[in-house]
Design a binder for this molecule. Sequence first.
Ligand SMILES: [Zn+2]
Length: 73
Amino acid sequence: MVKYLLVAIVVALGIWLLRGQRRRRQAGKRPESPPQDMVTCAHCGIHFPRGESKMAGGRQFCSEAHRDEFRPR
Ligand SMILES: [Zn+2]
């Protein structure tokens, strides 16, 4: 009877540990890949993160060079 009780405790412990690891993996994934808005360069059409964009006249550009080239003179 004590044997079965020990086996039951070991199995329960194993399940509890597995669940804890899964939770840690899921929680660790979120900060690694934050959803990032992608925008398109109005000059060359390349896709890049919004945080790196150069704004001009309500348009997004991948670089200052493309922003300057697109701007009508
Ligand atoms: Zn560009």
